[in-house]
Design a protein around this ligand. Structure first.
Ligand code: SF4
Length: 345
């Protein structure tokens, strides 16, 4: 080292590494400070060594799912009951019901003939009045956990049909809720529309529109607009039946996407609203990992400097969110220690 070098002021700088977990207003910050000397100079390395995790401000289980699960816990003889499809689209819930003695029907096999028990539990997604009458005619006792907001959508569809509207249901054709919503409508008097590209001019002069409760709000408005354009002379009435918990989660995701570079979405692989959250993040260019449980996550999926967003669909239990958050918190925890150990002073 030259005397000139020795006269240089020592520019000790600090490396800051931190793990930060943000949940609304709660911030936990762990800092590690240490200087790095290289060739008798100190280099500023401004690097975050731990992932930052930000939770959506609205996510996870909705009141409809919570109440449906609570209703099953009050049932004293589960072995007498068949759940008519998936109680909610969460395989952990289905597994727990079967463990407790409930019989469950696959959603593709829902019929009175397939039921061996004396009682049937109607799921949060609801069924049509026709289906309900068939089960009752078969002598089944019904335990009804239909979400009140799904019931509201049924009432809206029937009211439109009664008032002479051709009913358009925005939603997924194969989804049990949509099958229930359209089950009481005459085949020639309704249409199911999944995307704006499917919209056609209809021969009706009155068109009433409702939406599956877990539809994406902006997509539904796009479809309504297309129906107006394709049917300029029709009297068009849109009743927005998308439920508030779904809207809250979609809006929370919008805010979250502004702050993150990768998203983890927790929820059933068949959960419509969960899949919509994943799809929307990807449309916005944010990579999204869809998991049902923490076991599906691996450390290599993330970089220590990632800011990871966490959200969950309306059928995801709080304990599942907590376990996924805990798993994420463990990733790259020792990055600072490894970096520190590799630097000699
Ligand atoms: S997602 Fe909406 S409609 Fe479905 S159960 Fe939850 S609150 Fe009810």
């Amino acid at each position: 080292m030259t005397s000139r070098d020795e006269k240089k002021p020592r520019q000790w700088r600090r490396k800051q590494c931190h793990a930060r977990i943000i949940n609304n207003t709660n911030i936990r910050l762990i800092n590690f400070f240490y200087p790095i000397a290289l060739h008798d100079k100190v280099i500023l390395v401004k690097e975050r060594c731990h992932m930052k995790i930000i939770l959506a401000d609205a996510m996870g289980i909705c009141f409809g799912v919570r109440d449906a699960i609570a209703a099953t816990k009050k049932i004293q003889h589960p072995t007498d009951i068949t759940v008519f499809g998936q109680l909610v689209h969460n395989p952990l819930v289905t597994t727990d019901l079967e463990r407790r003695g409930f019989s469950t029907l696959d959603e593709s096999q829902r019929s009175a003939a397939a039921i061996q028990t004396s009682a049937v539990l109607i799921t949060a997604h609801g069924i049509s009045n026709r289906q309900r009458a068939l089960l009752e005619a078969d002598g089944k006792y019904l335990v009804d956990t239909t979400c009140p907001l799904v019931r509201r959508a049924h009432d809206a569809a029937l009211a439109l049909a009664r008032d002479g509207y051709f009913v358009v249901v925005i939603g997924k054709r194969s989804h049990v809720e949509v099958r229930g919503l359209t089950g009481d409508l005459e085949p020639d008097c309704h249409a199911i529309i999944e995307t704006a590209a499917e919209v056609r001019p209809y021969s009706a002069n009155k068109i009433g529109i409702i939406a599956q409760t877990t539809s994406v709000e902006r997509d539904a408005h796009t479809i309504v607009q297309k129906i107006r354009e394709e049917n300029p002379h029709a009297d068009i009435k849109f009743i927005n039946t998308i439920c508030q918990p779904t809207r809250d989660r979609q809006r929370a995701l919008e805010r979250l996407l502004e702050k993150i570079n990768i998203l983890v979405v927790i929820g059933g692989k068949h959960s419509n609203n969960t899949r919509q959250l994943v799809a929307h993040a990807r449309e916005k260019g944010v990579p999204a990992i869809h998991v049902e449980s923490p076991e599906e996550l691996r450390e290599h999926m993330f970089h220590p400097q990632d800011t990871v967003g966490l959200t969950a669909g309306t059928s995801t239990l709080p304990e599942t969110i907590e376990s996924v958050k805990h798993a994420l918190e463990q990733f790259h925890l020792d990055s600072c220690a490894r970096t520190h150990a590799s630097v000699s002073f």
